[in-house]
Design a protein around this ligand. Structure first.
Ligand SMILES: N[C@@H](CCC(=O)N[C@@H](CS)C(=O)NCC(=O)O)C(=O)O
Length: 207
């Protein structure tokens, strides 16, 4: 099995965490999005990372890949089986990817991606607006739904992977959740990022 994509990507990190949690051996190919590598191009129709190759089978999109891995390697389960918990896991996966990521990634783009990888200046005004005006309503929501170490069903799972993955990029950009204002969210993010699977994914190759 081969996983394409640099571990700097929150979406690649989701899959690296799941591989580690399930103890699945995979070759990690830490390329960037739109890399011309033919195997990657074949696995990712839009050139986005991550993409997976498992023998002749190829699949793109972190959520699609995780659902595939869950069916192929059911233990430990990362998707709950009860109707309500299964629905909530999908909600948090979509919330993490579609609502949190586009905002949470902004400081990383301005302070790391543009200056260090693209040789372009970042814009501190974008970071300031993000931290002051855009993130608070998302953090308020999470603070209101966190009730323990895991988001759904009393166990670690896809919801936690998807919601927490981009917080690492926020930390790389030198920002963090204000624990005075959002104490439950700050403690929750810290606990999830400390898991060995997240630590291994964070340490995985970037290039
Ligand atoms: N929904 C996709 C999103 C993947 C994605 O947008 N990855 C970014 C890197 S973090 C990418 O490849 N961007 C290149 C592009 O959008 O063309 C997933 O969950 O895998």
């Amino acid at each position: 099995m081969k996983l394409y994509g640099t571990s700097l990507s929150p979406f690649v990190r989701k899959v690296l965490v799941v591989l580690a949690e399930k103890g699945i051996e995979a070759e990690h190919v830490p390329l960037r999005f739109h890399d011309p590598d033919p195997g990657f191009q074949a696995a990712s129709p839009l050139g986005k990372i991550p993409a997976l190759e498992d023998g002749e089978f190829r699949l793109a999109d972190s959520s699609a890949i995780i659902h595939y891995l869950e069916r192929k390697h059911p233990a430990p389960a990362l998707l709950p089986s009860g109707a309500q918990d299964a629905g909530r896991a999908v909600w948090f996966d979509k919330f993490g990817d579609g609502e949190l990521f586009p905002v949470l990634i902004k400081p990383f783009v301005q302070r790391f991606f543009l200056p260090r990888l693209m040789n372009k200046p970042g814009d501190e005004a974008v970071v300031a607006k993000c931290m002051a005006e855009e993130l608070p309503r998302l953090f308020d929501y999470l603070e209101g739904v966190i009730d323990g170490p895991y988001l759904v069903g009393g166990a670690f799972g896809l919801a936690d992977v998807s919601v927490v993955t981009t917080f690492h990029n926020l930390h790389v950009a030198g920002e963090a959740v204000d624990a005075g204002r959002w104490p439950k969210l700050a403690a929750y993010v810290k606990g999830i990022l400390e898991r060995p699977s997240f630590q291994a994914a964070i340490a995985a190759r970037k290039s």
